[in-house]
Design a protein around this ligand. Structure first.
Ligand code: IGP
Length: 269
């Protein structure tokens, strides 16, 4: 049976091929050049993590494993609530078939606040990096489980050329070994296996020890409480990517502030 990530990759490659015909690279690049200047994503995260926690707050309507997460879904209002609650950065899902995302959500969310924004999607082609910048993205995601080393390098270089930051996502030791060959300081440890969608914080407990000191760990997925963050901070994670647990709150700003209120001090790595 094909895993979920492989299915996503199949339709994404077809989608990108169609998009590239509709918007040739030169046109995508012209739009990217005209986009609003990048807001430093990695720098904001590093700054926030020094004193407290860095939070990448995710705007996520639905997911393959959870179905609809938030019915009352207004990306601009959610971005403002996250900013008000003290989030450091935004992550906005733009994949439609699996996550009910939309490119316009990224534009609306970023326009509504001053936070740097990650385009959360499945990237395989440097054309998508130009497209991401054209939409205003300040950072892209590279999912090591879904790309070759050569592809990862090509995507990272394209992001660097656009002055964007890169979050390199890993889920196991082999992917981490490949990730550290890249230049980006941001290593996302995804507690969710994108092939099965199983989640365990043991992923961070195990992999964090192997992340070089000069890289920043972003602990991703399956985080719900301040205790979860404090637990993960013991393994050297000071930055977190959180979607579902915040998306399920009535008062997103208050919930965000609560999560960040008492950051633990002293990492153990
Ligand atoms: O909703 P959660 O469990 O807080 O997870 C957020 C984020 O980590 C998750 O959405 C995610 C991490 N990596 C991804 C790659 C693609 C799509 C989604 C993701």
């Amino acid at each position: 049976m094909t895993d979920i990530l492989a299915k996503i990759k199949d339709y994404k490659l077809a989608d990108v091929a169609a998009r590239k015909i509709a918007l040739p690279l030169a046109e995508a690049e012209a739009l990217a050049r005209a986009a609003s200047p990048v807001r430093g994503f990695a720098a904001a995260l590093a700054g926030a993590s020094r004193e407290g926690y860095g939070l990448i707050a995710e705007i996520k309507k639905a997911s393959p494993s959870k179905g609809l997460i938030r019915a009352d879904f207004d990306p601009a209002a959610l971005a403002q609530a996250y900013a008000q609650g003290g989030a450091t950065c935004l992550s906005v899902l733009t994949d439609a078939p699996s996550f009910q995302g939309d490119d316009s959500y990224l534009v609306a969310a970023r326009d509504a606040c001053a936070l740097p924004a990650l385009r959360k999607d499945f990237l395989y082609d440097p054309w998508q990096v130009a497209e991401s910048r054209a939409l205003g993205a300040d950072c892209i995601l590279i999912i090591m489980a879904s790309v070759s080393d050569a592809q990862a390098q090509e995507l990272e270089q394209a992001a660097i050329d656009w002055q964007m930051d890169v979050l390199i996502e890993v889920h196991d030791q082999a992917e981490l070994d490949r990730a550290v060959l890249l230049k980006s300081p941001l290593i996302g440890i995804n507690n969710r296996n994108l092939k099965t969608f199983d989640v365990t914080l043991d992923t961070t407990r195990i992999l964090s020890k192997r992340v070089p000191e000069d890289r920043q760990i972003v602990c991703e997925s399956g985080l719900f409480t301040p205790e979860d963050l404090a637990d993960m901070a013991r393994y050297g994670a000071r930055a977190f990517l959180i979607g579902e647990s915040l998306m399920r709150q009535d008062d997103v700003a208050a919930a965000t502030a609560r999560l960040l209120a008492n950051p633990s001090t002293g990492a153990m790595r």
